[in-house]
Design a protein around this ligand. Structure first.
Ligand code: GCU
Length: 728
């Protein structure tokens, strides 16, 4: 019989680079730790881009009881990012890739006393992905480590961390049947395979037909079957599987089991405030509960292979998943083999999960790399590998907004998807609509998705005149209100994923009043607070529990005579009460707006279908400075009131396109743009070489471009003075 022994407890951690023998020698002085563990739980989340990247040691003695059995294997479910495994000082294996499981046999190397030492590294290098991205590359043994004892005759354990069993259900919706092919890998003469109560004795592979099949039907009914395989030696493996049909139509979007099923959801990184990526099963379950409350029916598990436990939760909850490898941002010529290794392990280890719909080849890989032959060839090799290993799922890739829609790389994956941030990083919200309409008109036969979109919000910041880049909760909500409408008007978008459900660690960031965090989450990093935008999507997607949500609870002090009260609700009619008196009822869908006078402090209550929400707000004489993140930028909107500017001359309120045309003013702004670009490095080249982006920027005012580029107040005023000296 197979025996799995978890050995998360009892490790000694040495945060130091040293030879194996030295690590074993000093282990007793090491820090006593239990897995899951990361050495970047704190410095990987506090900003400064200075978290420890090096190689560290985990050392543990194995007891006689733990090493009992005919054949003994070590299983490591997550060692980020490169791991060398030593037993009694002897190197047994090296694994490169921080997100997949791997195993190594210990049997022949066991001695009387057995000391396991794992050297784990998150150092930067030019061959193991990821190396450049907007998230912290935590180092550590951050998932379970187990010993697996099996008889001499056992299922395959080593090849790419295989489960030893592969299940391919093919559903015939007309006949209501599923043909289930079960393949196994082992070293015995025969195997007994059981599916749905039927057992067949075969060499390796068996096929079953399930009549009147119970479909895996997304959120409504994620029904799971189990396939079990058993050898004469007693070794046994099993896996759950789901019978479903996924399809993508270029015009009508995604279909589940023959019915239109637009995939509308969010992305998730696997980290948590204070714990890094060393998450427990309870942490994963807690995240899934929030996802189910939101009402998302799809998840993009970015930007790497997530824990098996989380794909299991997606299977059980009926979420349709985008799985991917961390081939991200910057192409590395020496990294091709690593992309293939990580993709092979992802598919080998995750193939049986019914929740997975697509394999993501890369993410924004042209953000800091040219589309050259080496990059194209790497994608072709990955695409072919996916199709060889899995004939049932399409491939996709998430493209950066600067990538021209005519780029040859878009012809490689089966499905295209774009990450667009118009209305946050640059441009206006409406340019998202224009982008998709232009793409879909030009490529009507291509399936297209919206793989990322979002805006940062710090729940401390508020405004009644929210605008792009102010990090207010109100702007994030407005941004998502626009995107929700844009998406609902474009059913051809096969999947859309908000970036991101949770704030997450990017130690290189220092913005929006937080160090080391990307704040595009609908929920804060510690999961303690749902921002207003969370309730917008819950109102649009969660049709099970009626609720009303008053926006702006944290925007208590309002320096205005009249204020907007916005309510998100999945009910059809909302009534607003002020100080106990009903002041209005609005019929509608998702978003309900009211305007009320502010005379002092008021108790506000929204009610619908028996549920309600309450808040207190008050009139104040001066704006509450604590609500403003960028005080300098906050004033810039009234720097250039129309009456101050000479309309006969240029100013920063004119568009880049207008100013560029002028023989005298043009070179001045080009020089300023070139200076700004040189400070942004590679990304700027991609912008400069992208005609679509250039056209878009031409439509933006110099003020908008400069604010977005982070120009300081004095530079903006200086440029304006120069432009005001140039007659149009
Ligand atoms: C990109 C990238 C993400 C990143 C996001 C952002 O699209 O794919 O990893 O976090 O932009 O800038 O917030």
């Amino acid at each position: 019989m197979r025996k799995i022994t978890n050995i998360n407890a009892g490790w000694r951690f040495l945060k130091a680079a040293m030879p194996p023998a030295t690590a074993i020698h000093f282990a007793p002085q090491g820090e006593a730790v239990s897995l899951p563990h990361t050495w970047n739980a704190v410095d990987g989340q506090d900003g400064g881009n200075d978290y420890h990247r090096g190689f560290c040691w985990y050392v543990r003695e194995l007891t006689a009881e733990e090493t009992r059995g005919e054949r003994l294997f070590l299983e490591v479910n997550g060692a980020a990012h490169t791991c060398h495994v030593y037993l009694n000082g002897e190197l047994l294996t090296k694994h490169e890739g921080g997100y997949s499981a791997f195993r190594v046999e210990l049997t022949e190397h066991l001695r009387g006393k057995n000391v396991l030492s794992l050297c784990v590294s998150n150092e930067d290098n030019d061959s193991v992905y990821p190396q450049k991205a907007d998230f912290t590359f935590y180092g550590g043994l951050y998932r379970d480590v187990n010993l697996i004892s099996v008889p001499a005759e056992h299922f395959e354990l080593l090849k790419d961390g295989t489960p030893g069993i592969k299940v391919t259900p093919v559903v015939d919706l007309e006949k209501k049947t599923a043909t289930v092919r079960v393949e196994t890998w082992h070293n015995a003469e025969s195997v007994d395979i059981t599916v749905n109560g039927e057992t067949k004795t075969v060499e390796r592979t068996a096929e079953f037909v399930i009549e009147n099949v119970h479909l895996w039907d997304g959120l409504d009914d994620p029904f799971l079957y189990t396939a079990t395989a058993k050898l004469p030696s007693g070794d046994e493996v099993s896996t759950r599987f789901g019978c479903r049909v996924f399809a993508c139509d270029p015009e009508k979007g995604f279909f589940l089991n023959g019915r239109s099923y637009p995939l509308r959801g969010v992305s998730r990184h696997q980290d948590l405030k204070g714990k890094g990526n060393a998450l427990s099963y309870e942490d994963h379950k807690a995240d899934m509960a929030i996802i189910r409350e939101l009402g998302a029916n799809t998840l993009r598990l970015a930007h790497y292979q997530h824990a098996q436990e989380f794909y299991d939760l997606c299977d059980e909850n009926g979420l349709v998943v985008w799985a991917e490898i961390p081939y991200i941002t910057m192409h590395m010529p020496n990294g091709r083999q690593n992309t293939l290794d990580q993709m092979r392990e992802l598919i080998t280890q995750c193939y049986n999960h019914p929740c997975i719909a697509v394999w993501g080849l890369s993410n924004e890989i042209t953000a800091a790399s040219a589309v050259n032959e080496d990059l194209l060839e790497n994608h072709r090799a990955l695409n072919e590998l996916c199709h060889r290993m899995d004939k049932t799922r399409p491939t996709t890739m998430a493209d950066v907004f600067m990538l021209e829609i005519d780029s040859p790389i878009l012809e490689i994956p089966d499905i295209n998807s774009y990450n667009l941030y118009f209305g946050w990083y640059l441009g206006e919200l409406e340019q998202t609509d224009e982008f998709f309409d232009e793409y879909h008109a030009k490529y009507p036969n291509r399936v297209i998705g919206f793989s990322e979109y979002g805006a940062d919000a710090n729940p401390a910041f508020h405004s009644s005149r929210p605008e792009k880049g102010d990090y207010t909760e109100e702007y994030q909500a407005l941004y998502h209100e626009h995107m929700l409408q844009m998406i609902e008007a474009r059913p051809y978008l096969w999947a859309t994923h908000v970036w991101n459900l949770f704030d997450f660690a990017a130690d290189g960031r220092d913005e929006g009043g937080k160090h080391g965090e990307n704040q595009k989450g609908l929920v804060t990093f510690d999961r303690s607070l749902r921002k207003d935008a969370f309730w917008l999507y819950k109102a649009a997607w969660n049709r099970t529990e009626p609720f009303v949500h008053l926006c702006g609870k944290r925007y208590e002090n309002r320096a205005e005579d009249e204020t907007e009260i916005k309510v998100y609700s999945n009910c059809g009619e909302v009534t607003l009460c002020v100080d106990g008196t009903p002041v209005g009822t609005v019929k509608g869908k998702t978003v309900f707006r009211f305007r009320i006078p502010l005379l002092g402090e008021h108790l506000i209550r929204a009610e619908a279908d028996g549920c309600g929400d309450t808040m207190v707000i008050r009139r104040v004489s001066e704006p509450d400075e604590s609500y403003i993140f960028n005080k300098a930028a906050a004033n810039v909107t009234n720097w250039f009131d129309a009456d101050e500017l000479d309309p006969a001359c240029f100013s920063v309120s004119d568009t880049l396109g207008e100013i560029r045309q002028h023989p005298q003013a043009g070179p001045i702004v080009e020089a300023m743009m070139a200076k700004g670009a040189s400070e942004r490095g590679d990304v700027a080249d991609a912008v400069k070489d992208n005609p679509a982006l250039q056209r878009m920027m031409g439509r933006m005012t110099m003020l908008s471009l400069l604010k977005q580029g982070g120009a300081d107040e004095e530079s903006i005023k200086q440029l304006n003075r120069v432009l005001q000296g140039i007659r149009k």
